[in-house]
Design a binder for this molecule. Structure first.
Ligand code: FE2
Ligand code: FE2
Length: 134
């Protein structure tokens, strides 16, 4: 499904950031696949955990770049990262407590969020990184 596939429209032109994004999209795809295949709570929980950890370390990397260049939109960009992490962690907590099941719509939400965020704020950031180093 195209939603879960890397394509050139997602390239921000920064190798480190692009590589992270590819990995995150792959993880969202794995989550989606695991749910569709009816995998158990252990498998789904593990992928969700990997996804949260990779997302957090990716956000840290971007925020490090932002600090390096004294990025003007640092606060608003970081706030979007924090909102997403909170949302996914809430979801994970409810999943672990057994009060919800992770459905296909969760995977779709994540992939969709990533694509929108990458095409908007991350592209803007990558441009600012290039400008700061030229
Ligand atoms: Fe970002
Ligand atoms: Fe990003």
């Amino acid at each position: 499904m195209a939603l879960y596939q890397w394509d050139d429209t997602l390239s921000v032109g920064n190798q480190n950031i692009d590589d992270d994004h590819k990995q995150l999209i792959d993880l969202a795809a794995s989550l989606n696949e695991a749910m569709r295949a009816g995998k158990g709570k252990d498998v789904v929980g593990q992928i969700l955990d990997d996804l949260i950890k990779s997302t957090e370390s990716h956000f840290e990397r971007e925020e490090g770049f932002m600090r390096e260049i004294n990025y003007v939109d640092f606060q608003s960009h970081k706030a979007e990262h924090e909102r997403l992490v909170k949302e996914v962690k809430d979801l994970q907590a409810r999943f672990e407590a057994g009060s919800i099941t992770i459905t296909v719509s969760v995977g779709n939400f994540l992939a969709d969020w990533l694509r929108n965020h990458i095409q908007g704020l991350d592209k803007k950031l990558a441009k600012a990184i290039v400008a700061a180093h030229s």
